[in-house]
Design a binder for this molecule. Structure first.
Ligand SMILES: Nc1ncnc2c1ncn2[C@@H]1O[C@H](COP(=O)(O)OP(=O)(O)OP(=O)(O)O)[C@@H](O)[C@H]1O
Length: 269
């Protein structure tokens, strides 16, 4: 049983999830202080997305406890789960925008689904969200008529239009080039400060995560091997952390070399 902490918007303890024989989460914990950006890192396939979906109430854990604002998720009835959906938004890897809807209609959707507002109020609030993300002039465009960065901003406008307290970002930079990746992290930091939401981000982009997060966590073999500040992560002597850091540094060096046209030694040599 989790003892709720006032300072924590989310408290995750001992979450287990398996799919058949595949044990993905084996007792994962995470503390998310109010108003902070917490980034979960880990190797590919370690279960970061599954973990985030458990937080979003999209996947139900087999066991463990997830407390949102002091209330355990597992005991919530339909009404309070609806309330949770209003207070929490999920930004999908793929943006999950509807191609057949305009920017304005995409942003209006969560308002129509979660709040009892008039058509006029929905339009005004949707336009306001577009304005805040500097997209108002494009309100009648379809997602395919927007650039990759604008689509990301549109997805964020849709995620914040209900004024959520918690925003969950699943690989927000997936498929973007390095410049656009930086822009996405800047965007998250900027709007997190502007709107004051709490953010949990899942990413492969370790250098960017270490710069832009208040806290980071490392998921490995179903558990969080590390939780702390980026400064603590940089100097941690935990073997799992050092191995992850070394691999990331090696990968970064290889990518820099490829970008600058150097020939890399063969993997076989
Ligand atoms: N709905 C599902 N049904 C069955 N297995 C699933 C399901 N969702 C995820 N998995 C499995 O859970 C494991 C973890 O997947 P997940 O997508 O969470 O990893 P990840 O750490 O986010 O990976 P990546 O960084 O490559 O995106 C994988 O083995 C995946 O096949």
């Amino acid at each position: 049983m989790v003892t709720p902490s006032q300072n924590l918007l989310l408290q995750v303890q001992g979450v287990h999830k398996r799919f058949g024989d595949n044990v993905v989460l084996a007792g994962a914990d995470l503390d998310v202080p109010r108003g902070s950006v917490v980034t979960v890192m880990g190797r590919s396939g370690t279960g970061k997305s599954v973990f985030l979906k458990c937080l979003a109430d999209v996947i139900r854990p087999d066991s463990g406890s997830i407390c949102f604002d002091g209330r355990p998720l597992e005991t919530r009835d339909a009404k309070t789960r609806m309330e949770f959906r209003r207070r929490c938004s999920f930004l999908f890897q793929s943006n999950a925008l509807f191609d057949s809807l305009t920017a304005l209609e995409n942003v209006a959707l969560p308002l129509e689904q979660t709040l009892d507002l008039s058509d006029k109020e929905i339009r005004e609030r949707s336009l306001e969200a577009l304005r805040q993300l500097e997209l108002e002039a494009h309100h009648d465009r379809y997602p395919s008529q927007l650039s990759g960065g604008m689509q990301k901003r549109l997805a964020l406008a849709r995620a914040i239009v209900t004024r959520p307290e918690l925003v969950l970002f699943d690989e927000p930079t997936a498929g973007l080039d390095p410049l656009r990746r930086n822009a996405v992290f800047v965007m998250i930091a900027k709007y997190q400060r502007q709107f004051g939401f709490t953010a949990v981000v899942v990413t492969h982009d370790v250098p960017e995560a270490l710069i832009s997060s208040d806290r980071v966590a490392l998921l490995d073999q179903g558990r969080m091997h590390f939780q702390g500040t980026p400064a603590e992560f940089r100097v941690s002597s935990d073997p799992v952390v050092t191995s992850f850091r070394d691999n990331t540094t090696a990968l970064s060096a290889s990518l820099t070399a490829i970008r600058s046209g150097e020939t890399l030694p063969s993997q076989d040599s």
